[in-house]
Design a binder for this molecule. Structure first.
Ligand code: H2U
Ligand code: ZN
Length: 356
């Protein structure tokens, strides 16, 4: 028997942020792939769409009129999943039928007045404006006594259930700390207690030494494909300095975050020469009044595409019933992303060379 090689042999990997495992089957990536090579998506949209409910000056579903905004624009979601006032009460039948009211706030953030742009097509200064809005919203919502967790995220692309191509994100802020951030809170606290450093500081140091999963770096941020990535081209964006939330980032750090976001999303679009769909979001400390010194702010990108602009990874059978599974290794995914240029393919006349 030869020795174990994680690039060749089936194995499981541990996600220290959640305490869960996933299955990696690199031998399956060697299956023959005779998929179509799709033409680059060069479709365009108008800079202003009179039927878009997010464009400046337009009327939303609830009758409100958007201001003629020039940078970002934030409003309360007209169809929010969470509401600030919910009557008290609870259900507990034998510990098996349990329910309790949940209150909170839903916000929508327009990243730009331009209907035709997405993050990778915006300039760094405009993306910095988005980062500043995240910080303002986190500060205001997090300060409320009825809000203990603020989830900032973006759904991009129709396959991710995004309802409108106008560049925008959302915030759901609520009374309790939901599942994944709660797991990350427990895991990071346990690590900090044992090592006196944040889990992600030590993890980052290790990744910078190995370099095999790093996609890009700047002075303050690093983007990498985490060792435990579940989605084919999943990435983790993290600051070199352990901060608990986005309000603690200095001006230069916020610029660096904007730079990292821009460069990552350009690489993503270039990967399959399409507007690359994903769900992405910030994970930050709960706003429950505790110190949370063990928390290390980070951002997850969960993109579904696997082979091309149309061939995606499905998290189905085994993944739904057992745990996540992936075929191509995180190391291979990182290498693919590293090889791509940081100029958007729509700005190049020549097609971006893709390697297989
Ligand atoms: P998504 O495309 O990521 O679903 O976000 C759009 C959000 O915008 C969605 O949550 C809200 C929807 O409820 N919305 C409004 O608040 N007002 C509108 O006029 C239409 C959509
Ligand atoms: Zn629009």
């Amino acid at each position: 028997m030869t020795t174990f090689d994680s690039a060749l042999h089936p194995h499981r990997r541990f996600n220290p942020l959640t305490g869960e495992w996933l299955l990696v089957s690199p031998q399956r990536a060697l299956r023959p792939w005779q998929g179509q090579q799709e033409a680059p998506d060069r479709s365009t949209r108008p800079a202003y769409d009179p039927t878009c409910y997010l464009c400046p000056g337009n009327t939303r579903a609830n009758g409100e009129v958007n201001p003629p905004y020039e940078g970002t624009f934030v409003f309360d979601n007209d169809f929010a999943a969470l509401q600030p006032e919910v009557p008290a009460g609870s259900i507990d039948v034998g510990g098996l039928l349990r329910a309790e009211p949940e209150s909170g706030v839903g916000r929508v953030i327009c990243f730009s007045p331009r209907h035709d742009l997405t993050l990778p097509e915006m300039d760094a200064a405009a993306i910095r404006g988005v980062v500043d809005v995240w910080a303002e919203e986190f500060a205001t919502l997090g300060a409320r006594p009825d809000i203990n967790y603020v989830q900032i995220f973006e759904n991009k692309g129709q396959v991710m259930g995004c309802s409108n191509p106008h560049p925008h994100g959302q915030i759901w802020a609520q009374r309790t700390v939901p599942g994944d951030p709660a797991k990350e809170t427990v895991q990071q606290a346990a690590y900090f207690q044992q090592h006196g450093r944040t889990l992600l500081s030590d993890y980052l140091e290790l990744e910078l030494r190995e370099q095999t999963r790093v996609v890009l770096e700047n002075g303050h941020f690093v983007v990498l494909v985490p060792f435990w990535a579940a989605w084919p081209f999943e990435t983790l964006l993290l600051p070199r300095r352990a901060v608990q939330d986005v309000t603690q980032l200095s001006g230069p750090e916020r610029d660096a975050l904007a730079d990292a976001l821009r460069r990552l999303t350009i690489r993503y679009d270039n990967l399959f020469q399409t507007s690359f769909p994903y769900s992405a979001g910030l994970h930050q400390r709960p706003t429950d009044g505790q110190a949370h010194e063990s928390w290390h702010l980070h951002m997850h990108f969960f993109p579904p595409l696997l082979r091309s602009a149309t061939v995606r990874k499905f998290m189905v059978g085994y993944e739904l019933l057992a745990n996540p599974q992936r075929d191509i290794t995180p190391e291979y995914a990182a290498q693919r992303l590293r090889e791509l240029p940081e100029v958007h393919y729509k700005q190049l006349t020549e097609a971006v060379p893709t390697t297989r």
